[in-house]
Design a binder for this molecule. Sequence first.
Ligand code: XMP
Length: 572
Amino acid sequence: MVIYFQYMAKGKAKAKSKLSPKASRRVATSGDIEVSTYLEIAKEISGEQPAAAKEAVPSGEREAIIVIDFGSQYSLLIARRVRECQVYCELVSADTPWEKIAPLNPKGFILSGGPGSVYQDNAPMTPAYIYESRLPVLGICYGMQVITHQMGGQVAPGAKREYGHALLHLGGVESPLFTNVPQSTPVWMSHGDKIEAMPPDFNVLAYTDNSPFAAIGNDKNIFGLQFHPEVVHTPEGKTILKNFVYRICGCQGNWTMGNFITDSLAKIQQEVGKGKVISALSGGVDSAVVSTVIHRAIGDQITCIFVNHGMLRREEVERTFNTFRLNMGMNIVYVDASDRFLERLKGVTDPETKRKIIGEEFINVFEDEAKKIGKVDFLAQGTLYPDVIESASSGSTAAAKIKSHHNVGGLPSRMTLKLLEPLRYLFKDEVRQVGLELGLPEEMVWRQPFPGPGLSIRIIGEVTKEKLEILRAADWVVMNEIKKAKLYRQLWQSFAILTDVHSVGVMGDYRTYGYLVAVRAVTSDDAMTADWSRLPYDVLARISNRIVNEVPEVNRVVYDITSKPPSTIEWE
Ligand code: XMP
């Protein structure tokens, strides 16, 4: 997750000034967040930027669909949908020069939606090379309006914003874009401006009650859709996109994870040569997959460093270690640094200070171990495509948020390593598939996100050995029951929190004064927002019963029924 690092390079002084506990109140991050966070920040000290990818598309007949990003919240989703059709797809901004796109061998373009209006000053337009290429073009929403505007039609502000479901009826001219799509089908609309007159030589392909030009096209394979085929609310959206990439652009569909692995192995071997690589293993998906794919390519030239900071869950160390050392035969340096971390956390209650200490200490330990390995050339990182896009497109905003979230500062690091980022063109679901194809256990591949500072931010107040044990026992029950109820994958995260509240209870003839444990289970797509999960009562009952029976220090269990916002997912 490379975003913070870019931010730091640009605005280091600013980032450091954010470290006061109040100013650095956490904000959301997305995806699965691993120890790599710390490493990135360490890397930043050496001032190195991740190298741009040289090759991303698997071999065979090279092909790609290029999405021009006009700023829609759904742009990345379009790219994902195309990849789900097994066609490689990249998202680029409207000012990307042709020279950068040509090597990908584009077979067609998709123009995304966007918040703007074609009549605004500086409204982004389709670059001329797209029309000059004579390749097929599919404009979605704003993308359609741009086509209309540039090709001589008329766009006008809609009287009212059309938002939500509409019923699309095929009509007018028949088009391969709608092959296998029913005559009438629901679609998702979200637009302000609308098409008043089509450009010359365009035909209506479909309409809705409100939009006479819901889908248009000409005989040069230029199409416009007023609705969003990429969202789940358009059930036939995937068929339409599939028609576009296969029937209209003539793609072969060679983007499979099997191909990706074959190609990656060759590329990693070429890039690394006889060099040495280190990676930080955490047990999370990204670090697991990145380490495994590199190991498959270069064997023992990679060493994984697994730092146990003492804030991990029950059996986490054993499971991770066994998977990689015993099953995969990888070179692992395991460091149990729990005491070192606990010592530094003594008396610390402020959440952000906990994060900062753990971050610093992590780098210290990692560096010490890396030095023992001798000369190392590369640091492996689990950077994913959404990170690459975010850092490229959103300036420092998102990065700034995440940086303050992780809040690791004042790091001593002199690591002068090149970055090796074999997953930087993959989406999370693709990473999971790669993991499965490489033989990683499902349990690891489908692991819920777990924060870098681990259980320390789920213990309210000071972290002690005793409290860690209590929380581990309670968390074990939650995980166990959620898995037994087959709810684990549906939930973004589910876990226990050890509060600093004690309350009175009764056990047999005795009054008790025990800990209050909170249970949190949320659904989410990206951790930016989250809803508390309506867990079945009987699952909650089993969790509560088992915790108070199996963890003697706990006599009360509550369930957190707040969403994010206004709460966060973690309690600290
Ligand atoms: P919140 O609690 O802000 O969390 O809603 C959003 C996501 O980020 C994870 N999280 C962290 N991950 N270091 C991490 O690596 C952290 O300090 C940290 N704090 C929160 C959290 O588990 C959720 O997935």
